[in-house]
Design a protein around this ligand. Structure first.
Ligand code: SF4
Length: 355
């Protein structure tokens, strides 16, 4: 019988398994702490040492239980293939190999007051946004919850002097297209015997998958939702974010309004400015019109150049003018600096250079 991936199950599910094995339910919290809280120094070998890599290291469990756990469960591991650290802001990008040899990227973004992890949710992506480095190689598969948690464990172990405060699902893949596994991972990130990261510190970023947004609104999770908008014009947005043909702006805005009404939470819209495409003053007016009356803020990001994409960022005056125009129309907008520009930190860029 195939072994159960132990990082893929919740604490309640682990309790049920333990009871089936004639063990005490409180052991689940102990095992969770070993899996997610302890983070010994990584070994020098290529293989990453997760918080613990074997049940033998769970030294406060008796030997008999450790043997039973070994028979029933498997602890996944993730391996570092490459990393790049930004000299300008300390952002570090990791290229990681999964157990089936597929690769993903995760980024560590340290700031003075907080440390953010940008996680992948899929191997590749099926949504083909025209500005994105992840798009050209297509979709391979969803990440399991355990693999998402392995990204966190890996970065935590390699940055032991920092406390991870924030998680954003903005790496490779569309998190709402891998809904169940992402939510499963978030619940373990929340768990007090695991990472204990508050839901408000976790952001899901979507290109506008409306059924996923509707489902998320009903979860009663206090997480942040960010929508990649990039244009207030259906024709332009369909070129930049092709899923717009299926979920056009009018439907997307209705879904956003429903989401804010149900959750009472602000939506953040991400808007990447690309010279000659979506960055004019007229584009800003259109955007302001689209968002007026919606509980939201806009993060404006100047395009982070990707070789072979042919897009360019606008001049800084154009960026400032775009934000000024939004603000003059009552839209809460701010410039977000793209971190790690000197290390190709846009999602998928390191993976692409390997592929
Ligand atoms: S921007 Fe996000 S949704 Fe679009 S192709 Fe890239 S990873 Fe996929």
């Amino acid at each position: 019988m195939a072994k159960i991936d132990i990082k893929n199950i919740s604490k309640d599910e682990l309790i049920k398994e333990l009871v089936r094995m004639d063990e005490k339910p409180y052991r689940a919290a102990q095992i969770f702490r070993w899996l997610y809280k302890a983070c010994p120094v990584p070994e020098r070998s290529e293989r990453y040492r997760a918080s613990v890599k074997s049940f033998d290291e769970m030294t406060d469990l008796n030997k008999e239980l450790r043997e039973k756990l070994k028979d029933k469960f498997h602890i996944t591991k993730i391996v570092l293939l490459d990393s790049k650290r930004s000299f300008s802001d300390g952002a570090t990008k990791y290229l990681l190999k999964l157990e089936d040899s597929h690769t993903i990227e995760s980024v560590f973004l340290p700031e003075e007051e907080r440390s953010t992890l940008c996680l992948s949710s899929q191997v590749g992506c099926k949504f083909g946004c025209s500005f994105c480095a992840s798009a050209p190689f297509g979709f391979v598969r969803n990440l399991k919850a355990s693999e998402i948690l392995d990204e966190v464990l890996f970065i935590k172990a390699h940055n032991k002097d920092r406390t991870i405060t924030n998680i954003v699902f903005m790496g490779i893949g569309e998190p709402l297209d891998n809904y169940n596994n992402v939510i499963r991972a978030i619940r373990i990130l929340n768990d007090e015997d695991a990472f204990k990261i508050g839901a408000r510190k976790i952001t899901i970023s979507t290109c506008g998958i409306i059924p996923g947004m509707e489902k998320l609104a009903g979860e009663k999770l206090q997480i942040e939702l960010s929508v990649s908008l990039h244009s207030a014009d259906d024709k332009i947005r369909s070129k930049l974010v092709p899923i717009n043909k299926r979920y056009p702006l009018s439907d997307l805005m209705t879904a956003c309004k429903d989401y804010t009404r149900q959750t009472k939470r602000i939506i953040t819209f991400e808007y990447i400015l690309i010279k000659g495409i979506n960055a004019s003053e007229g584009d800003a007016f259109k955007l302001a019109r689209l968002l007026t009356g919606l509980l939201c803020k806009v993060n404006v990001i100047s395009y982070n150049q990707i070789r072979a994409k042919g897009y360019e960022p606008p001049a800084i005056d154009g960026v400032k003018n775009f934000i000024r125009t939004l603000k003059s129309r009552g839209i809460n907008a701010m410039l977000r600096k793209s971190k790690g520009e000197d290390i190709d930190a846009g999602c998928g860029q390191l993976r692409i250079s390997r592929l």
